[in-house]
Design a protein around this ligand. Sequence first.
Ligand SMILES: Cc1cc2nc3c(=O)[nH]c(=O)nc-3n(C[C@H](O)[C@H](O)[C@H](O)COP(=O)(O)OP(=O)(O)OC[C@H]3O[C@@H](n4cnc5c(N)ncnc54)[C@H](O)[C@@H]3O)c2cc1C
Length: 398
Amino acid sequence: MSRQRVGIVGAGVLGLAVAYRLQQRHPGISVEVVEKENAVAMHQTGRNSGVVHAGIYYPPGSQKAQLCVSGGRQLREYCAERGLVFEECGKLVVARGPEEVPRLRDLLERGRANGVRDLRWLDGDALGEVEPHVQGVAGVHSPHTAIVDFTAISHQLARDVSEAGGAVRLGEQVHAIVQDSRSVTLDTARESRTYDLVVACAGLQADRVATLVGDAADPAIVPFRGEYLALRPERTHLVRGLIYPVPDPRYPFLGVHLTRRVDGGVTLGPNAVLALSREGYRRRDVSWADLIETLRWPGFVPLARQHWRTGAVELASSLNRRRFVALARRYVPELTLADVVPAPAGVRAQAVDAHGQLVDDFRITRNGRVVNVRNAPSPAATSSLAIADHIIDGLALG
Ligand SMILES: Cc1cc2nc3c(=O)[nH]c(=O)nc-3n(C[C@H](O)[C@H](O)[C@H](O)COP(=O)(O)OP(=O)(O)OC[C@H]3O[C@@H](n4cnc5c(N)ncnc54)[C@H](O)[C@@H]3O)c2cc1C
């Protein structure tokens, strides 16, 4: 019998995790990753906050809750085996006033229901033991929330895949996917390759890649830019680990936070503003094709109507650095405008349905021989190895 062949579209952390776990669990299988960029992790994976979430936020029973907790554990083991940084610097979620306390209590309950270990409630004065420069009336401390370098992890996964006999083909954009009852073919400008199964982890292009194989256009990807500022090195002592606001339950985004990075730096952000280009990272980058597609999406107007107030606050933080810093200063009052410099931005691939609802949970669909990851926003990097296992379970390989 010939070897089964699996093709994977996208060499972000998710596509690479699928390739890696496939080889581990089914060593006889031929695995190829096809990536349009000339390097791995060029989009969301290489432009995120680098946080391994503990699993506090997500509704119990959701895929996000289950896969974040188990994925974080797997990632810790992987980093330990490969000598990659996995620093448990801990996270403090801070309530600024009494009105936020009930939501913070709900968050603590949620985290415990999700199996997050060692969560601790802290009253106002005790916050300083964890973060001496923070201000708030209460907090939840998650000591095992960690930071990593998802780009380094992706490079290591790609090396592991190649060393185990797989291939990571860079600089090849998949522009057509054709399947019949026996196989599925990925066409790139360089060649056509035939597989038994394909898994598409195309991030910001997920909806476009899915429609190549006849999937519905719904949900579409609406790109949300996430901008960061970095603290000047002489001010990074203001933040020991990770300082987060109590999130607004209406949004999947976690609010502007202060994040320690594995290189010792500290960033503020990300905000969340509509991106004018799916893969453009400077504010002046505009893709008219992307923008027109977003504006024409039937879900866009209901989305904008529902969330314009929040959108306006986020946009103000984008256009005015003082307002951006003010969002972070609510938690660390010593911060000033002079303490920050611009840092690279990211763009989130957030699926939005035709009624304007933000798709909250991960969404993975199957169309014949093709699995499409249609929604894998945060915490998908944290969860990547667990999402990979979940996808592989569904492939029912021999
Ligand atoms: C600002 C920001 C902050 C975040 N913070 C965190 C965090 O702290 N922790 C966390 O867990 N998650 C975080 N996330 C989310 C996390 O980064 C993503 O969930 C994760 O990286 C998704 O990985 P991916 O492989 O699906 O997507 P991507 O990394 O975007 O990779 C998709 C790949 O597919 C390729 N591709 C697309 N179309 C084609 C095609 N036609 N042919 C070939 N290749 C193609 C792309 O070039 C790309 O390399 C954050 C995201 C952003 C943007």
